[in-house]
Design a protein around this ligand. Structure first.
Ligand SMILES: [Zn+2]
Length: 256
């Protein structure tokens, strides 16, 4: 009996000391939470820098992103990991979680011109079947147009997506709701969903979605994709005129 009540008291004490952040203001984090975000990012910075230098940020795992953190930070980051898109007005569908441990191929040495200067795209990762179909599609495009598109952005793990979400809060006045309009929550990005793997394309002379979406839309290569990509299992994820969706002509995903 005594042991049971001791266990009960201990259990209660542990429950009470677990930090609870679930009530954070989704429209604007309070000052205390903003400081928590900044401290969290400072603790993650060495890891991020290291992975950036090794060009392997895209395969960051959850274990790795949580490893430099104490229990309180972990619980705080977990709150972001657990955010539900439908409670925040997110209109893109939930896809899946990418662990960072999937079988992936690395695409190195993609050479293009960027603002007229030779540029090598940093290594990009793709599931092998997606890479294979992408290469077949490009072969067909080359044959028809004498041109091809390159992979500006492929796979990124959900842990890296989580980091990106927290990192970009500062650009949106620390509003979670506003940030979801620009940065996908983990699980919602097709870059981190191998069954729906997305590719952001860039042209040989550096036209991508980054700055000028209408320029990408005017590319012959884009028009070719509209006619032919479906044959290779690639689908335009965010077409023009779909309610609640921002048009992204460069972003296509693979689906069997
Ligand atoms: Zn994309």
């Amino acid at each position: 009996m005594k042991i049971l009540s001791l266990i009960f008291v201990l259990g209660l004490a542990i429950t009470l000391t677990q930090p609870i952040f679930a009530d954070f203001n989704k429209d604007k984090l309070n000052d205390e939470d903003i400081v928590r975000v900044q401290n969290l990012l400072a603790k993650l910075e060495p890891l991020i820098k290291e992975r950036e230098a090794a060009q392997s940020l895209a395969t960051l795992t959850f274990d790795e992103v949580y490893s430099p953190l104490n229990e309180e930070d972990k619980a705080f980051l977990k709150e972001f990991q657990n955010l539900k898109g439908d409670e925040l007005g997110v209109t893109i569908p939930y896809r899946q979680i990418a662990t960072g441990k999937e079988n992936l191929v690395v695409m190195k040495n993609q050479k293009i011109l960027l603002k007229g200067e030779p540029y090598v795209i940093p290594p990009q990762y793709l599931p092998p079947n997606v890479c294979q179909r992408y290469l077949e599609m490009m072969q067909a495009m080359e044959k028809d147009l004498g041109k091809r598109l390159y992979v500006e952005s492929g796979y990124r793990s959900s842990a890296y997506q989580l980091y990106l979400f927290v990192y970009y809060l500062k650009n949106h006045d620390y509003s979670i709701r506003e940030t979801t309009k620009w940065v996908a929550l983990p699980g919602y990005s097709e870059h981190g969903a191998p069954q729906f793997q997305a590719i952001d394309f860039i042209s040989a002379d550096g036209i991508s979605g980054e700055e000028k979406p209408e320029e990408f839309e005017n590319l012959e290569e884009y028009k070719w994709l509209l006619k032919n990509a479906n044959r290779f299992n690639f689908i335009l994820s965010y077409p023009r005129g779909k309610p609640g969706i921002t048009f992204e002509p460069w972003h296509w995903h693979y689906e069997e």
